[in-house]
Design a protein around this ligand. Structure first.
Ligand code: AN0
Ligand code: CP
Length: 317
């Protein structure tokens, strides 16, 4: 595997989940693969889970791991070509990327949508420059339009907990005080569309996601209706995608918060969220603390999704 940026890079999902569950049973079985190989993780944004789980996955595979926080200690990077660099940015990304590539064998990149220019975000301007100029296999640790390590971990979790062959999975928008990217819901939709699930999306009008990820999925604007008979409720906030509101908050309506009452509409569904989560905005204390909450096992599976991807990349070096 040379790149991991979306569901297609995994090939068949069934085989990928099977491989992931085998890795989970014996996570040190492939320790020889990473011997004398170096993983570099580059963060343009904050992280708890991605940072720790991906580093742990690399260590399970015997890799050396290095982390660079671009905004804490590295030089500020210019990302536009042709700019006269007389401002506060000391280095151009066109030098920085191949230099980073020269010190490692595999690179992970976290570079969120910046909400300044929709085209730049949706063309994955930063991530694609790493793919083009690093000379190394590159994987997304949440880029502008997707978070495929998260969605893969989500799918593994659903496979582990589902009680029927084809569960109903509902992705619901929920309120949040700050504008958040569409990366997590985009990737979740991308994966659910390829998985054997009955997938429904619900959000207020104006929060329509990129049709490239939604594909033919049913969008039900009435959250209560969408939740009926759900087996899994996946909550997430995102800012508007459609112009002229790209990156804007259109609603903070707390009637969309996932509460015990809302979960009562489901078929005793499990609750999922990628974390970090704002309690009593996205989800009530009661729901996230209930036995139906999968947020911790879901986060734990991030180690497994990362390890499956890194294993495949090491195998193709
Ligand atoms: C980020 C987001 O919504 O994309 C990261 C989630 C994994 N969340 C926040 O910035 C709070
Ligand atoms: N879910 C997730 O990616 O968490 P972090 O932002 O803490 O890495």
């Amino acid at each position: 595997m040379r790149t991991y940026t979306n569901v297609k890079d995994l090939g068949g999902l069934k085989a990928a989940v099977k491989e992931a569950l085998e890795i989970k049973k014996n996570r040190f079985a492939y320790k020889h693969l990473g011997e004398n190989k170096t993983l570099l993780m580059v963060f343009f944004n904050s992280s708890l889970r991605t940072r720790l789980s991906t580093q742990k996955a690399g260590m399970n595979l015997g890799m050396n791991t290095m982390v660079l926080d671009i905004n804490q200690g590295a030089w500020k990077l210019e990302t536009e070509r042709g700019v006269i660099m007389d401002g506060d940015k000391s280095e151009h990304i066109l030098e920085a990327i191949p230099v980073m590539g020269s010190y490692c064998d595999i690179i992970g990149v976290r570079a969120f949508a910046q909400f300044e220019n929709k085209e730049d975000d949706y063309n994955e301007k930063i991530l694609n420059q790493f793919i083009q100029y690093s000379g190394r296999p590159v994987f997304s640790m949440e880029a502008a339009t997707g978070h495929p390590l998260q969605a893969f971990a989500d799918l593994i979790t659903i496979e582990e907990y589902k009680k029927k062959a084809r569960p109903k999975v509902v992705l619901t928008w929920a309120p949040h005080p700050k504008a958040l990217p569409q990366a997590v819901p985009n990737s979740f939709a991308d994966f659910m569309n390829e998985a054997d699930v009955d997938f429904v999306i619900t959000h207020p009008k104006g929060y329509e996601l990129d049709p490239k990820f939604v594909r033919g999925t049913k969008v039900e604007y009435d959250q209560n209706k969408a939740l009926e008979a759900a087996d899994f409720v996946y909550a997430k906030n995102w800012a508007a995608y459609e112009e002229p509101n790209y990156g804007k908050i259109l609603s903070k309506d707390r009637s969309w918060t996932v509460t015990t009452e809302k979960m009562g509409l489901t078929d005793t569904a499990y609750f999922m969220h990628c974390l970090p989560v704002r309690r009593n905005m996205i989800v009530s204390d009661d729901v996230i603390e209930s036995p139906q909450s999968l947020v911790i096992p879901e986060a734990a599976n991030r180690e497994i999704s990362a390890q499956t991807v890194l294993k495949r990349m090491l195998e193709s070096l």
